[in-house]
Design a protein around this ligand. Structure first.
Ligand code: XMP
Length: 330
């Protein structure tokens, strides 16, 4: 019968045959479940002939790039290069407030940075010679539902919002696509990740959008706004985990609203920003319900965010289902 152990063995064999004894594979990792599991599987199959790239676009979660490097590279041995391109991304995002424009800029800049790094790695690989052939393959962590969606229909999020991908690389770099997860559903990818010894907190992680905090910061994305969004998000998720609620929630994040509110601190009047808490439960992200936190948990979150995040004096909660709302604010 079909077991996850036999899937791993078969898939590793398939990858080795496909890539050949000297073949090279390149791929992007994001810190999400799918790309991490795909990367670890690839590492098991061909070791350092798989080259992972993580692009720090400046709108990731707090300390995300460092944590992914520690986990994937130091702990799991994946051959990973982290590129800090935050200045480039934030430069291009300067003055931009339109959400679709933000998505386009981040998607296009991602491809640009990824291609440049890939070309650099290709050069190094050539110079190293020896056991190494050319980079011919691009890893993608595509799941079965993605395959179905792209064949049969375009869901609302695909048509209403532009989800970025690295499809252009296939033509530009003449890379062939390798998709080890293409027959799996999300829960199967999680089971696979556990067997591959990927830490539980990563395997069970909520999804995070490609355009990152840029679509959770309403209005212009600046370093200062990113700092506020990162710190608030860190506290929110930390309290969710401490309350033991993380696994009951499908996705949770803070939105930084484009308004200021009057507040008071000591005997001083403040005029600062507003953080909105958003947590949803959903099966498929096409529809979603807002998550009902116990009041004591909300109180703790609100106190911590207003006390610890400089520049925020008010916390509100989003109690909108999807539809009519979407999960994200932008
Ligand atoms: P919405 O806001 O459309 O979100 O209800 C549904 C799911 O899709 C994610 N999402 C994105 N993911 N790039 C992504 O990679 C995007 O541009 C994007 N927009 C929304 C969202 O986080 C939720 O999980």
């Amino acid at each position: 019968g079909w077991t996850m152990e036999s899937f791993i063995d078969k898939e590793i064999e398939r990858i080795r045959t496909l890539v050949g004894p000297k073949g090279q594979v390149i791929g992007a990792v994001s810190g999400g479940v799918d790309s991490s599991v795909a990367a670890k599987l690839m590492h098991e199959a061909i070791g350092d002939r798989f080259h992972a790239i993580m692009v720090d676009n400046g709108v990731l979660r707090l300390n995300e790039a460092q944590q992914v490097h520690k986990m994937l590279c130091e702990d799991l041995g994946v051959n990973l290069t982290v590129v800090d391109a935050s200045d480039l991304f934030l430069g291009k995002l300067k003055g931009v407030t339109d959400p679709e424009q933000k998505r386009k800029i981040i998607g296009n800049t991602f491809i640009e940075v990824f291609e440049e790094k890939a070309t650099e790695i290709e050069q190094q690989v050539k110079e190293a010679g020896g056991d190494y052939g050319e980079i011919e393959w691009l890893l993608q962590g595509t799941l079965y539902p993605d395959v179905i969606e792209s064949i049969s229909f375009k869901g609302p999020s695909a048509t209403i919002k532009t989800h970025h991908n690295v499809g252009g690389l296939l033509d530009d770099m003449k890379l062939k696509l390798i998709e080890p997860l293409r027959e799996l559903f999300k829960d199967e990818v999680r089971a696979l990740g556990r067997l591959l010894k990927i830490p539980e907190h990563l395997v069970g992680r909520h999804p995070f959008p490609g355009p990152g905090l840029a679509i959770r910061i309403l209005g212009e994305v600046t370093r200062e706004q990113v700092r506020i969004a990162q710190q608030a998000d860190y506290i929110f998720i930390d309290e969710i985990r401490k309350a033991g609620l993380y696994d009951q929630i499908s996705q949770a994040f803070c939105a930084l609203l484009p308004v200021r509110a009057v507040g008071v601190q000591g005997d001083r009047r403040t005029y600062e920003q507003v953080i909105c808490l958003r947590a949803v439960k959903t099966e498929d992200f096409m529809t979603a319900d807002w998550f009902d936190f116990p009041p004591a948990v909300l109180r703790k979150m609100s106190n911590r965010i207003t006390n610890e995040v400089q520049g925020v004096n008010r916390v509100v909660m989003d109690i909108t289902s999807k539809p009519p709302g979407t999960v994200e604010w932008l």
